[in-house]
Design a protein around this ligand. Structure first.
Ligand SMILES: C[S@@+](CC[C@H](N)C(=O)[O-])C[C@H]1O[C@@H](n2cnc3c(N)ncnc32)[C@H](O)[C@@H]1O
Length: 181
């Protein structure tokens, strides 16, 4: 139940704002093997914590997009305060729009739910298959029709690259779950 003074979520907000833990963020960056030459995009970046951590650990570049303008404003205030604008950029955007691309990055992460993973699955597969250097981590839920190359069972992280094969994976019960660790 929202609080009376809580603004309504934007109608395109397909997943609520729930944050990854700092240890999850760190593990995502390790699994993706991010270096300073990489550019990481977080689809639905929330408060940007994965990108801020990635920059702190590796000096990489990063793009955060989120449908929630308040969250993006907070991220932009932080990059101003900490003078990180040359490396990290944050934009209000909707990853579910038809012509959404991945901002020319070579690594992607996201913390979404199975129903929404279905919406982006084809685009993410095409992205991975068009370039062998590209890597993706899905946080908390796997794609249903794709076998991850690496699974971190403890942290529920699913890593995909060009070697990930089509195939049934995961569990139908997950389809109606909301994110939460
Ligand atoms: C579960 S949170 C993950 C936040 C962050 N990636 C993390 O792991 O801490 C999902 C985020 O996706 C954003 N979101 C939901 N629907 C979206 C859409 N259609 N386009 C862009 N962002 C969206 C939400 O506003 C929320 O911040």
């Amino acid at each position: 139940m929202p609080y009376p003074d809580e603004p309504d979520a934007p109608k395109e907000q397909l997943v609520p704002f729930v944050t990854s833990t700092y240890s999850t963020s760190k593990r995502v960056i390790e699994l993706l093997n991010i270096t300073q030459n990489d550019k990481l995009t977080d689809l639905g970046c929330g408060d940007g914590r994965i990108l801020f951590k990635a920059y702190e650990m590796t000096s990489c570049s990063g793009i955060g997009i989120d449908i929630n303008e308040d969250l993006i404003n907070e991220c932009n205030e932080k990059i101003q305060r900490e003078n990180l604008g040359g490396h990290l950029k944050f934009f209000v955007d909707d990853f579910s729009r038809d012509d959404f691309d991945f901002y020319n990055c070579n690594c992607i992460c996201f913390y979404l739910v199975p129903k929404v993973l279905k919406i982006i699955e084809k685009k993410v597969k095409d992205y991975i298959r068009n370039d062998r250097t590209r890597r993706v981590v899905s946080i908390r839920f796997p794609f249903r029709n794709w076998i991850p190359t690496i699974v971190d069972e403890t942290m529920k992280l699913y890593y995909y690259d060009y070697t990930s094969k089509d195939g049934k994976y995961g569990n139908d019960e997950d389809m109606n779950l909301l994110p939460a660790f």
